[in-house]
Design a protein around this ligand. Structure first.
Ligand code: ZN
Ligand code: ZN
Ligand code: FE
Length: 744
């Protein structure tokens, strides 16, 4: 038997997931000698083996790799013969190109959970228990490779017992970077009545203090993985109302954390896939249909008059310990001032000092803020609505190679950024709405993080053509080689990239608003996307947004402007819900605004048409949170009503007047809403007749509507829509990079 020395490089998610101990154990079992190390582009293995042994080794790597790992490719080459005494794990090499994937923050694995509740274990009740198979990752990383010195755990000196586990390749905590225990790890502290309480050892008592405070109706800010939550007892109406008052959040539903899946089942209908998602290591907030008698279980103030609730399960040991003692559903909502980024340290949390009564804190620094992820399941398919903790940073393989390094700045709402190199795109976690200085700063720090972690220098920087987007301004002001991408084109291409679809496609881009080629706001668009760009083959007949931004908050303004389009000034004398939502003199003023087009941009937005319909049916005149009108319309849908409204198409514009007139004539809201949903499906069906040879691709925030999406999946079983990336503007950055794919 002749041995040769092979060098094997493995890329993908191979760091922070127990990959080296796995290889160590495998090599030892097979009696192979050599070494392994982490590098900036993955792991590097040297091994002495025969060709047969090499094949077996590689097969077993693929077959038995750690469950959290993901292998993108394995390359092996024969190198000059080397001599090894045994198989060893070498110190990391921090040179080389940084292409390794950063592992996301994950829940507490089963083994750690059983240790957490085992009185005989030395980590019994330890709120930061972790191993190579679970725990914090992305949120604590300052640089690559993923080693303790490049995380916020670097300031904690391991005790003897932890160090032994850390250095033992057969231990579950071998090189588990966030390893720690009561003696050496991060510590809890408690703040109440203007006083901090800290303790070196007995800090478990602070968990009891938090439990008592929550039981007593208090609001507690609790430090989690990617930021703080504001937490209170969801069964206590006074507590929930206080939180609403203090946060100035009148009706937007709060997310609920339950002990476990069984407690969640007392609140909502849960399908098999929803259960899998709730229990997944990523632990996102899952939007569920509330049970009719949910008010017996939790306060009606949690989600007033809304049948959709967001539920998630505990995802850190600290949450598990709290929930175990509280044993009731909690509100756990992101600690931030509305639309500002999540608070990740005490400094930023100060802004909320009038909201919380106490803080349960700890001293492990959050390096990279990361919100809770939000997902839903439609027709047993998962759709990510906000991609953050547990998933981020996400890396997607493009179907073709990028010629240059590309940085994309995304949109302005639900902003994410992305970097592209080779055929990889890494999408940042949800950054948020860039409507304030804090969010813009957060955007900047994300750009810094990403360029640093991946040692990335962009050759080309992409922005949305909307001149007022903060992301656009920032890109243009700070970079030289910039290029614009059209908003709705990016929407469609994000799905093309996710599903690796071959162009051309018929794209349906329905959203709130985005800047269009003609300088108006688009949002109800049919785009045929091909290798050279796109053709706008059809769109909604545009209408005016009376008062611009204000019309987005007030569906009644959109409805009124559409009524003016149809009936002229006479609309003022109509007897309907839209007209009665205004004072008489307001109507006169709005007519002048309409006639003279004062601060009233033109839009073909489908999202705004939903708003107008909600106003006409008196479902929603002024919204209190984004997406409210669509959510309320969903609840009126009756699947037994199969008819739709007639519509015309003139000069490549879908006319809405007939639809609107029919809706106004309808006596029953349910019939009107149901037929309206069916009409949208029919419009798509009508357009699709001319493009039957092309894949049908949906994208844009309107497709967050569960009813519309499920009707479309039923009608077009082969339809493509955003799943791993959000259909809303959170996917724009990916779509922008996809526009640079070399398709020849
Ligand atoms: Zn674990
Ligand atoms: Zn220790
Ligand atoms: Fe959009």
């Amino acid at each position: 038997m002749t041995y040769s020395t092979y060098k094997i490089n493995i890329n993908g998610v191979v760091q922070g997931v127990g990959f080296r101990p796995f290889i160590y154990t495998l090599a030892s079992k097979l009696g192979l000698k050599g070494k392994i190390s982490n590098g900036a582009s993955g792991v590097e293995i040297y091994i002495n083996a025969t060709t047969v042994q090499l094949k077996e080794f590689l097969d077993k790597i693929n077959k038995h790799k750690p469950s959290l790992s993901q292998i993108d490719n394995i390359i092996h080459i024969k190198v000059d013969n080397q001599i090894f005494e045994n198989f060893t794990i070498e110190k990391s090499d921090s040179g080389g190109e940084k292409t390794v994937k950063i592992p996301p923050d994950l829940y507490v694995c089963k083994e750690c959970q059983s240790e957490l509740f085992d009185p005989n274990n030395r980590r019994f009740n330890y709120p930061f228990i972790t191993c190579t198979q679970c725990g914090v990752r992305y949120s604590i990383i300052t640089n690559l490779p993923y080693d303790r010195e490049f995380t916020s755990m670097s300031s904690f000196k391991m005790c003897k017992a932890c160090k032994e586990e850390y250095n033992d390749p057969t231990n579950r905590r071998y090189h588990a970077q966030p390893i720690g225990c009561f003696d050496c790890g991060p510590k809890l502290s408690w703040f109440e009545n203007d006083t901090w309480q800290k303790s070196d050892k007995e800090y478990s008592v602070f968990i009891d203090k938090a439990v008592d405070a929550i039981k007593n109706g208090k609001i507690v800010a609790i430090k989690g993985v990617g930021g703080y939550h504001l937490v209170c007892d969801a069964t206590n109406s006074d507590a929930v109302k206080t939180l609403r008052d203090r946060k100035n959040r009148p009706s937007k539903p709060f997310a609920i954390m339950t002990n476990d899946i069984n407690m969640a089942k007392n609140l909502a209908e849960i399908s098999t896939n929803e259960e899998l998602l709730l229990n997944s290591p990523q632990r996102p907030i899952v939007l569920l249909k509330a049970l009719p008698d949910i008010s017996k279980e939790i306060s009606t103030f949690v989600a007033p008059n809304i049948n959709t609730i967001g539920v998630f399960l505990p995802y850190t040991p600290l949450h598990l310990l709290l929930m175990n003692k509280l044993n009731r559903p909690l509100i756990a909502t992101s600690a931030n001032i509305s639309d500002e980024p999540l608070c990740i340290n005490l400094e930023s949390l100060k802004k909320l000092k009038n909201v919380y009564d106490a803080i349960l804190d700890h001293n492990r620094e959050i390096v990279n803020g990361c919100d809770d992820s939000v997902a839903m399941v439609v027709k047993e398919k998962t759709v990510m609505l906000r991609r953050a903790r547990g998933y981020a940073p996400l890396s997607i393989k493009l179907p073709s190679v990028l010629k240059e390094n590309i940085l994309a700045f995304g949109a302005n709402q639900k902003n994410t950024i992305a970097i592209g190199f080779g055929n990889d795109v890494v999408l940042s976690p949800h950054i948020g709405d860039l409507g304030n200085i804090e969010s813009v700063n957060y955007l900047k720090s994300n750009v810094e993080t990403f360029t640093k972690l991946y040692d990335f220098k962009p050759d080309i920087v992409l922005y949305d053509f909307h001149p007022q987007y903060e992301s656009t301004k920032f890109a243009k002001e700070n970079y030289k080689n910039t290029q614009g991408v059209w908003h709705h084109h990016a929407h469609i291409l994000s799905v093309v990239a996710e599903h690796k679809i071959e162009l051309p496609v018929l794209g349906v881009a329905f959203d709130g608003t985005g800047y269009g080629e003609d300088g108006t706001l688009w949002g109800g668009e049919f785009l045929v996307c091909n290798k050279n760009g796109f053709d706008r083959v059809l769109s909604l007949e545009p209408f005016l947004l009376l008062g611009g931004e204000k019309a987005i908050k007030e569906p009644r303004r959109v409805a009124l402007s559409i009524l003016f389009d149809i009936y002229g000034k006479e609309a003022i004398n109509l007897n309907n819900h839209v007209i009665s939502a205004f004072e008489k003199n307001e109507l006169e003023n709005f007519y002048t605004m309409y006639e003279k087009k004062i601060n009233s941009p033109k839009t073909s937005s489908m999202g705004r048409l939903f708003d107008a319909v909600a106003s006409m049916l008196n479902v929603c005149q002024i919204i209190t949170f984004e997406g409210e009108s669509g959510m309320r319309l969903e609840e009126l849908f009756d699947k037994n009503i199969k008819e739709y409204y007639e519509f015309d198409v003139i000069n490549k514009k879908i006319q809405i007047d007939k639809i609107i007139k029919s809706i106004l004539r309808e006596k029953d809201k349910k019939i009107a809403v149901s037929k309206f949903f069916r009409t949208i499906v029919e419009i798509i069906n009508f357009v699709q007749q001319d493009y039957k040879n092309m894949p049908l691709v949906l994208s844009g925030g309107v497709f967050q509507n569960r009813i519309l999406l499920s009707l479309l999946i039923e009608k077009f079983p082969n339809i493509y829509f955003a799943q791993a990336i959000p259909p809303n503007d959170g996917g724009i950055a990916l779509g922008q990079i996809a526009s640079m794919m070399n398709l020849d």
